[in-house]
Design a protein. Structure first.
Length: 229
């Protein structure tokens, strides 16, 4: 997997995520801190450490059970997130909230891409010769309060590390060479993403159209080319 990303800010700021990509492209983690920046890195490190050990067949222990309804790869990223949530809650937020983290992990093994997500960015897939399809959505609560023509600061709906338990959206999909994943952290989904002329999504042109469509709304956009080194 190869990631291209672009962050767009206005007078309203959206925190820029920290990003990790494994050298072989098999693992991508996107972490956005709402509070202390180092907490995003801490959460990301826990996911990386667990997934790296699990995929290498190293015997790892976890207080969280594997779910039989999920593939091994989905369980890896899900468990990594639950461990990160536990460490952030117990180490930083148990007595007083200091920060929460939005987190997305993508793990590719062969033709399967597994994901686990808390909050934004949302995850979409662009298959060759097909229209864009949503896989997992991260909500922004400011969209519930926004009036016509009004632009509000982003307000995350779900954050890692604020509670002993954590709701993790997770799943997997099968992909082919040339498919693309779209990662979007934004108050709303721009229509530019749903209507395209080219066979594949191009970061620069999509970003330009999104800014033209809503120049006052900040966003972060990532495009992952699948099958690329």
């Amino acid at each position: 997997m190869k990631l291209q990303e672009r962050s767009y800010s206005t007078k309203i700021l959206r925190p820029k995520p920290a990003i990790y990509r494994e050298d072989d492209g098999s693992l991508i983690v996107v972490a956005t801190s709402w509070g202390q920046p180092e907490h995003a890195q801490r959460a990301m490190d826990e996911v990386i450490k667990y997934v790296s050990s699990a995929k290498s067949d190293v015997e790892v222990t976890s207080p969280f059970e594997f779910l039989s309804c999920l593939s091994d790869e989905v369980n890896y990223v899900r468990t990594g997130m639950l461990i990160a949530n536990d460490i952030l809650y117990r180490g930083e937020n148990k007595m007083e909230y200091f920060s929460g983290v939005e987190l997305l992990a993508l793990f590719q093994r062969g033709p399967q891409v597994a994901w686990a997500q808390v909050g934004c960015p949302s995850l979409f897939i662009q298959r060759r010769n097909q229209s864009l399809q949503p896989l997992s959505i991260g909500l922004d609560l400011s969209s519930e309060l926004r009036g016509v023509g009004e632009v509000l600061p982003p307000l995350p709906a779900q954050l890692l590390g604020l509670d002993p338990t954590c709701y993790v959206q997770c799943g997997h999909t099968y992909v082919n060479e040339g498919d693309q994943l779209v990662l979007l952290a934004s108050t709303s989904v721009a229509t530019s993403l749903w209507s395209k002329d080219a066979e594949s999504l191009e970061l620069g042109s999509i970003t330009t159209r999104m800014i033209q469509e809503d120049p006052e709304s900040p966003f972060w956009l990532g495009i992952v080319d699948l099958g690329a080194d």
